[in-house]
Ligand binder design. Sequence first.
Ligand code: ADP
Length: 777
Amino acid sequence: MAALTRDYDWSSTPLGHPDTWSQSLRTTVNIILNSRSPMFLWWGPQLIQFYNDAYRPSLGNNGKHPYALGQKGEDCWPEIWPIIKPLIDQVLYKGEPTWSVDQLIPIYRNGKIEDVYWTFGYSPVYDDDGQRKGVIVICSETTEHVNNSRKLHESYQALQISENNLLNLVMQAPIAIGHLKGRELVVVAANQKILELWGKDASIIGQPLEKALPELQDQPFLGILDNVYISGVPFFGTEHKALIRREGVLLELFFDFVYQPIKDINGNCTGIVVVANEVTDNVLARKRIQQSEDRMRQVVMKSPFIMLVLKGSDFVIEIANDACFHYWNKTAEATLGKPLLTVLPELKDQPFPELLKRVLESGKAYGEEEVLNYFETEQGIVVKYVSYLYEPILDEDGSVSRILVAAEDRTRMVEDRKKLLAAEENLRLSLEAAELGRFDMDLVKGTMFWDARCRELFGVDHHDEVTYENDFLPGLHPEDKERVSKIIEDVFVKELTNGDYDVEYRTIGANDKKVRWVRAKGKAFFDEKDKPIRFIGSVLEITDKKSEELRRNDFFAMASHELKTPLTSIKSYIQMLLKKAANDGDDFQADALNRVNKNVNRMTSLIQGFLNNAKILEGKFELHFENVDVNEMLNEALVDAQLMSQAHQFKLAPRESVIIRADRDKLIQVMENLISNAVKYSPKSGAINIGCDVTNNVAEIYVEDEGVGISAKDQQKLFDRFYRVQNEKVQHISGFGIGLYLVSEILRYHNSKIMVESEEGKGSRFYFRLPVVKGIV
Ligand code: ADP
């Protein structure tokens, strides 16, 4: 460019060829051309222009260059000539240099008039003759600098305004705002709202946040703020938990907040604006809802009942437990999240969707017991019974969009009940078929009920109310009246009988005068003071069975009677033969006769038993009471026992004399029976203990064995006449089933009772109690 300037054809300008120039002009032009600073020269009366390459940018692209070179000033700068001509003149004519700083001189460049700022000085240039001939302009364009400082100023002003605005904004904002300044985060502004939120007062203004809210020290906020300060990146927090001390109490609170960094014009962070909103109530409410939802889910899932939650008008299955899947015979995948009627389309034809809709609309619970419902399965329609409750679930706003269903599968129960009803009906029919009469006495009201069969058994024709005094007692056979009324008296004493009633007696028909044998069985019920309140039972006619029994008894009685006389004579012959054998020293005979004697004794006691049995039945059984020494009686029984078996070990527990009042012979029969049973039913031998314990003046006499034992069921019937246990352990042991009956009858006549404790396979203990009359107790 410089070359271009230098090579310029100056001859065509009013100045002519450079050779013609004065020395001064040449030197000046040389200085200008070689300078790196932008320079410009107006020379001569026409103010012909020179400028160097450094000046060129000021002319802009497509500006006045190159034609400005050598051009007349006036022609070149018409747009600013009025501004600069006076300056030029001032320098040229008065010799006063000028200096302008950041002067706006708009020039035409870049295709338009531009605001261009200059800092420039105009100085006179003297010609060889010492006359001022030109004006040299040393200039620099300061447009950029001016623009920058203007912007700076504007920014500063804006900043001032915005800081003020910010403060105002902070103070008046309806939301909690605070302004923290510097990296120490000094609280420079904080509105009432944020002070309340922080639980502080205005005294914290001017303090670093760390000091103002010391509780923040162990929490993440100071770290986050510092990060924002350093990085200049704002931070948005949602539902952050913060521990804030308010009125001395450290509270767990939740906040939404923004940390907005504030930057100066250089982009450096100067502070942070904190905008916060407390959302504790919302968070806690949501947590509570969540908790109650969780609780509900837990209740549903853990419930042994069928439980599910249906949502919306489509009844989408939101939650359901295993019991529910089981009831529907569906999997969780096939049901959860789907509308009820999509999962179980067969419900469309059942009342449930309509009822659910009603609950949803009314918000009122609804339930039913044991309703029929059915499901379509691959195997066909399955019918079930269900008891259920539809409970509306209230949303936060009190509306109902969900229903909790709790249900219980009652199918089994309904079916069982149907079966039970059928069974009851069967029982009633079989009662009728068995011709059992039923009686029911209300001992509190003093009333008595007999059903038709019962009335029949007492030969009662009338249909009026029956009573104990007018119908029952007069209906009893005179020979049984005393016994039966005594038994009933005892039934009403709980400690004696526990209310158990089982008796056989005769009735004489009130109207038909017919004699009927009946077996009555029943139970008395007592109140908490053991007072009898009710007596219920049934009556069965046993006339036929009884006559058969009586016939059998008659036969036994007759046979026994007939056998008794020959046996007595056999016995006396044996005694004589025994004596003779002893005298002859014939041991074999003596031994054989002893065995014969033993068997004869057994036969005698058997026959005695039959006779007693018959006497009991005929009511001719008599006792001869005397003082009996138990020791002596037991010793006698022991001697007899040892004759019965050598295989068993008999033990008699020694004790001092005890006297009781009893029929000695009959008591020995009792002992004989018990001991012979102990021997009979202990086939593997073992010990048999006989003894007597005395407590509170009552003697308890017992026989214990280690035999086969008796089941609990058999124990109840053991003392019935002709009762024999039926099982393989005892099936080969012979007997008539009257031994224990006799024992119990004999003891009954003694106002005592035979009792048994036994365990199958372990052994039995038979015992009875009689009061001690005299003795060392
Ligand atoms: P039986 O003539 O059959 O022995 P009992 O009236 O003496 O008649 O006994 C009735 C039933 O009681 C017997 O058939 C027997 O099964 C059972 N019984 C009696 N005593 C004993 C005992 N000590 N051990 C086991 N069972 C016994």
